[in-house]
Write a protein that binds this ligand. Structure first.
Ligand code: CTP
Ligand code: CA
Length: 228
């Protein structure tokens, strides 16, 4: 028997997604990293691809296979991630699920730092570019729907609302990443979708789901919003 055709509500749409951590080099053999697995961003990429979108995934260093049918650019640092994102514009939707390192080392060593160089090497940090804010505030080629994530370990909704006001994006997906939740690296996620209209910010709290289910629900919400 013939299977019914799969609905492809995002056919003809380009969806850009960032995922995973970034690594910021200290010297040729050491780096600053974080606990992001990339699973949520990769799941969103797969769900968007299944919905018919032309998906461009910019991935930091992760231990995941590239989703089938998705064009993946692998990067290491925040600055490389920003360059790769800009290279994939224009896009209809951009989803920033990456856990971008906020800081990098100011004076990256050309050679491995040696114990004998100084007593303890001082690591001076400088701020990385904010990829979500940069793309949200583009005058030209801003994607029609820009979605950020807010990973918080406390005061989840209040912090996410403040972030929403600061970033200039259209939606925020807020999630609790305090160690007890097991979200960082785990397979489940409890998220709250923050949207806004003329009346203010709306918070939709979703039940705990697998990261695949969160991805499918988010893609369905995107499809409903931007239409066929
Ligand atoms: N983000 C980004 N580039 C950065 C930092 C964050 O694109 N340099 C994006 C993340 O991908 C996420 C959103 O901004 O979509 C929020 O990231 P988060 O780390 O929660 O917020 P920050 O603004 O960095 O604030 P803080 O870490 O202090 O909570
Ligand atoms: Ca951050």
């Amino acid at each position: 028997m013939l299977k019914p055709p799969t609905p492809r509500p995002l056919a003809g749409r380009r969806v850009l997604i960032t995922a995973g951590p970034t690594h910021e080099a200290i010297d040729p053999v050491r780096y600053i990293a974080n606990r992001s697995s990339g699973k949520q961003g990769f799941a969103i990429a797969a769900a968007a691809q299944a919905a018919g979108a032309d998906v461009r995934l910019i991935a930091g260093p992760v231990e995941l296979s590239d989703p089938k049918g998705v064009r993946v650019t692998h990067v290491e640092s925040a600055r490389q991630m920003l360059d790769a994102v800009e290279a994939e514009l224009p896009a209809d939707v951009a989803i920033f699920a990456a856990a971008v390192a906020d800081w990098r080392v100011a004076n990256e060593g050309d050679q491995k730092l040696k114990k004998t160089d100084t007593a303890i090497p001082p690591l001076t940090l400088v701020e990385n570019p904010d990829i979500l804010a940069t793309i949200s505030n583009l005058k030209e080629r801003r994607p029609g729907l820009v979605i950020g994530f807010a990973a918080e370990t406390e005061h989840l909704i209040d912090n996410a609302k403040a972030k929403f006001a600061r970033k200039g994006c259209d939606w925020i997906v807020a999630n609790d990443v305090s160690p007890a939740t097991g979200v960082m690296g785990g397979d489940r996620n409890t998220v709250h979708l923050l949207t806004k209209d003329t009346e203010g910010v709306h918070v939709a709290s979703w039940p705990i789901m697998t990261k695949d289910e969160v991805a499918t629900a988010l893609v369905a919400e995107i499809a409903r919003t931007i239409g066929p």
